[in-house]
Design a protein around this ligand. Structure first.
Ligand code: CTP
Ligand code: MG
Length: 181
């Protein structure tokens, strides 16, 4: 694969993990997952992690993965790149992992004294990638290794933070998000 092909595959394969965060911003609201509970004087997760946002994020990512599977043959033909098909278990695992990563990051932020919405550079940009890939690895090890290792993963780690920063800045500019990160 040449570099452009690797970038196309990386973007395609990560889309079901990218979309949940953005969908959660739109779907969010209602009761927080931690039910308002605190641990050692700080919220467990905070008001920014809600059941509705999480469910909406997972649903959006899974639906997108199914849609990508449906259009894959024609897109692969059109761009001349062999694109991966998401196994059914991965259709759910990647979006669920992405949301789990974001939730875990909020847990870490609260434990380190960061208020809701505070930035945590590095963690904010890669939490969802790490857990989406981990979940995928658990449900479909061979497919995950074959699809992501090693060049695609390298591109994912470099490109994801750039995409994350720019989409969040865009969501902030549109008034959808409270902070630009
Ligand atoms: N959101 C949600 N449920 C999630 C993730 C996000 O409802 N599982 C919604 C919330 O409305 C949240 C917004 O999306 O405020 C932005 O998400 P994020 O930046 O992850 O949350 P923050 O509010 O910044 O909180 P934290 O500091 O815990 O990341
Ligand atoms: Mg935030």
């Amino acid at each position: 694969m040449d570099v452009l092909e690797v970038v196309v595959v990386a973007f395609w394969a990560m889309l079901p993990a990218y979309v949940p965060n953005n969908a959660a911003v739109l779907a969010g609201g209602g009761p927080p997952i931690d039910g308002g509970r605190a641990w050692r004087g700080r919220r467990l997760l905070g008001d920014g992690k809600t059941w509705r946002g999480t469910a909406g994020g997972i649903a959006a990512g899974a639906l997108l993965a199914l849609a990508l599977n449906a259009v894959r043959p024609s897109v692969a033909d059109a761009v001349g790149v062999a694109l991966p098909e998401f196994p059914l278990a991965v259709v759910v695992a990647m979006p669920a992992g992405a949301m789990a990563g974001d939730i875990l990051a909020s847990f870490v932020k609260r434990r380190t004294g960061r208020q809701r919405g505070a930035a945590f550079p590095g963690l904010d940009q890669l939490d969802f990638v790490a857990l989406a890939l981990l979940f995928s690895l658990v449900v479909a090890p061979a497919w995950t290794v074959e699809t992501f290792w090693p060049s695609v993963l390298a591109v994912v780690v470099v490109v994801t933070p750039l995409l994350h920063v720019s989409t969040n800045a865009g969501a902030y500019a549109l008034g959808l998000k409270d902070e630009p990160w």
